[in-house]
Design a protein around this ligand. Structure first.
Ligand code: GUN
Length: 292
């Protein structure tokens, strides 16, 4: 069984990005600049954004964190997005989700200039990605594809089952895995109302679990020799940890791992790759790789 080390892979890619940034600077170019908007004090979001800012430092990027209280109005947030759209020094930016309930998330996403949408959430980028045009691709599915490539997992012709149909992971993952220039796999998407979910999983060469239910994928759902990718990061109570909780994936790792040809751990699997792909998207934005 191969443990797919997302942390080490992300470290290697960030070193590659840093080299590229130094090359850009040496040629008189501009340092890539990522901005992040964080609304409120959600613990998970605080951690994610802090990790994104740290990753910027590791890659040699400039970063700007814009913090707002939960009480910010939708109009104020949209005005902030408009300022970042117009700021020539900002190459790309993200609005950390989720947003407070009084703010229309989709409206905010659609206000972002697609050329600066390094999360790849704007419908223009989602649509371009879906038909195989150059676009910013959502970081988690992009990172998973990169992990599969770097670990030489054969995806072409494989049966891939994706658990979950979110806009951020499940749907773009299905698109990327089915595309000829992507995974080139036969893809099945299962979700909370799929009656044959367990049977589908048992037939899968590759399972990508992004359903947000701790330890949902059990050993009886996994074909011996399968590749299992775990996107889940639920905080579950754990009295043995000083902070009182630990991150639990969507996979019952201890019982599933012995069956697999390869598997990602939680933490240290998909998570570090997600942030790393955001850095790659920011580099692409700074280089105008996808848009003039
Ligand atoms: N919340 C959870 N994942 C993400 C992400 O990838 N980007 C943003 N902006 N918010 C998130």
């Amino acid at each position: 069984m191969t443990l797919i080390n997302g942390k080490a892979t992300a470290t290697a890619i960030k070193a590659e990005i840093k080299q590229e940034v130094e090359h850009i600077i040496a040629q008189g170019g501009k340092r890539p600049h990522l901005a992040a908007i964080l609304v409120g004090h959600d613990g998970g979001s605080e951690t994610y954004v802090a990790n994104k800012v740290r990753a910027c430092e590791e890659c040699g990027f400039q970063s700007t964190l814009l913090r707002y209280e939960d009480s910010i109005t939708e109009a104020e947030l949209l005005a902030c997005v408009a300022r970042l759209n117009a700021d020539a020094d900002i190459d790309g930016f993200i609005v950390q989700l989720p947003l407070p309930r009084h703010i229309d998330e989709q409206k905010v996403i659609e206000a972002i200039d697609p050329r600066k949408d390094v999360d790849g959430f704007h419908p223009i980028n989602v649509g371009r990605m879906a038909i195989g045009l150059p676009a910013f691709v959502s970081a988690t599915p992009k990172g998973i594809l990169e992990l599969l490539r770097r670990y030489d997992v054969k995806t072409s012709g494989a049966k891939c089952v994706i658990l979950g149909r979110s806009n951020i992971v499940g749907k773009p993952m299905a698109q990327l895995m089915m595309q000829k220039d992507g995974g080139d796999a036969t893809v099945t998407v299962c979700h909370s109302h799929s009656p044959q979910l367990k049977d589908e999983c048992r037939q899968a060469d590759i399972i990508i679990a992004a359903i947000g239910r701790p330890a949902f994928v059990t050993a009886d759902m996994v074909k011996p020799g399968a590749v299992v990718i775990d996107v889940g990061t639920t905080r579950v109570a754990d009295a043995t940890r000083q902070r009182g909780w630990r991150l639990q994936g969507d996979v019952d790792f201890d019982n599933v791992a012995p069956l697999c040809s390869s598997i990602t751990p939680v933490p240290g699997g998909v998570g570090p790759m997600t942030i790393c792909m955001l850095m790659l998207n920011t580099l692409a934005a700074a280089r105008h790789d996808y848009y003039e």
